[in-house]
Design a protein around this ligand. Sequence first.
Ligand code: ATP
Ligand code: MG
Ligand code: MG
Length: 551
Amino acid sequence: NKPSSSNFIKSIVIDDLKSGKVDKVITRFPPEPNGYLHIGHAKSICLNFELADEYGGKTNLRFDDTNPLKEDVEYVESIKEDVKWLGFEWDGLFFASDYFEEMYNRAVLLIKKGKAFVCDLSPEQMREMRGTLTEPGQESPYRNRSVEENLDLFGRMRNGEFKDGEKVLRAKIDMGSPNINMRDPVLYRISHATHHNTGDTWCIYPMYAFAHPLEDAIEGVTHSICTLEFEDQRPLYDWVVHECEMENVPHQYEFARLNITNTVMSKRKLKLLVDEKFVDGWDDPRMPTISGLRRRGFTPESIRAFCREIGVARSNSLVDAKMLDHFIREDLKLKAPRTMGILRPLKVVITNYPEGQVEMLDAEINPENPEMGIRQIPFSREIYIEQDDFMEVPPSKYHRLYPGNEVRLKHAYFVKCNDVIKDENGNVVEIHCTYDPETKSGTGFTGRKVKGTIHWVEASNAVPAEFRLYEPLILDEEEGEEEEGKTFLDYVNPNSLEIVQGFIEPNMKDAEPHDKFQFFRHGYFNVDPKYTTAEKRIFNLIVSLKSSFKL
Ligand code: ATP
Ligand code: MG
Ligand code: MG
């Protein structure tokens, strides 16, 4: 494995190991199982796993499952699959919900120390009394309940004597703190909901701010890495670890979230796209989810290289989606076999080629990687070309087929267009050409030059295939400020998917799901694992060949 690029968190780890503050780095990746992982999570996964890997440490996969209403085992399973697919192995596999009893006991400890109280205010009242950045908050009238009363009420909360929202447990810190997070934050809420892991055992659940530091401390995590929006919670994180008298003292470090152009990067929004049927599930190839990228044809290597390149910093930024494209092209350049596919077929008859004859032509599998060898492709009197590669009345600089013009058929011969056959509506349905046997590819013919080279597939052996062409899911507008009254759903690209029916070379008929190819002149494609059948291969466009992106 290549070492990860340097970043400020890595420097902290190096210092902590050197000074003896920690003797082993322990990190964790802590997703909430309320959706599928996206490429933003990949950034966090790479950071946590690579950091521990590099310094002989450990990384846990921990499900931060403290909100029963939104969580599901489907998500748990998908997250495990995605982390493994990215190429990482976790040391411990944990669920925050396995620590509920210990968390409860720590909350009881806080109550006994006079550091937590049961509060009967409604969420609205609490919000009103919380104050603002410039005004201190007001203390709850329930703040000075006795330890005995608090213990009794908290026990009864656990026993299910109260309804959702009737009571909460709050930390007793400082309603005058300039940091709003420290103004007696809620530690536990009541929720009579069935939990994916603990079922109906609990009807009170810890809040993230209370649960997360305890989870880290219980597992002995040394460097707890989260995104920048949690920076203001760091004092509370430290308060919880300290006041709960945790033996291990983890520290929180924040880094900038990954944002990418022309997409959305939050499970809430991605779930909306799924639920509102803008896409065909979490693994739709247009989604920035790991499962979507996998189905689209991205490789773990390309995603990891991308994460390495974007680095880890403390300032938020927007990364151009073209950068991800760059890394998949780089990864597939030498690996993916080249092939020819016709997306929008137009029949060509080569009138001077013997009827009934089929010859086999040699074609390189990958000119950039000659070790991949040679494939054989049939050629005969009838072939398909792209509709785009013929124009009856060409504009200037159009060097492909038009009446009277000669082009090279890749791996085959020069052909010249003589006739255009149309249907009764005037649509071109067939082109008649003649070929020149002397111009056969590989024979070293230098007699004359042509300006255009086009691809083709022999008609009688051509295998039908479906091509799915993708464009960004979200239009540019989302990059800027959303206009008033609009949501990101107003910026969903209505043309993000185009499905066309075409043909592939016969040697492609057994292509397996997830096989990746470079279709000559079209780009890189992945055999779709979801809808491909024995009868019909479906190819997802991963990325086109053209790129203006420079690193
Ligand atoms: P979302 O808003 O997408 O639900 P989240 O932060 O709530 O994101 P979690 O399941 O809590 O999702 O995330 C697990 C880990 O992944 C957290 O440590 C979080 O900081 C990190 N993470 C989530 N989104 C990104 C992102 N866009 N870039 C970098 N790290 C991220
Ligand atoms: Mg979260
Ligand atoms: Mg979230």
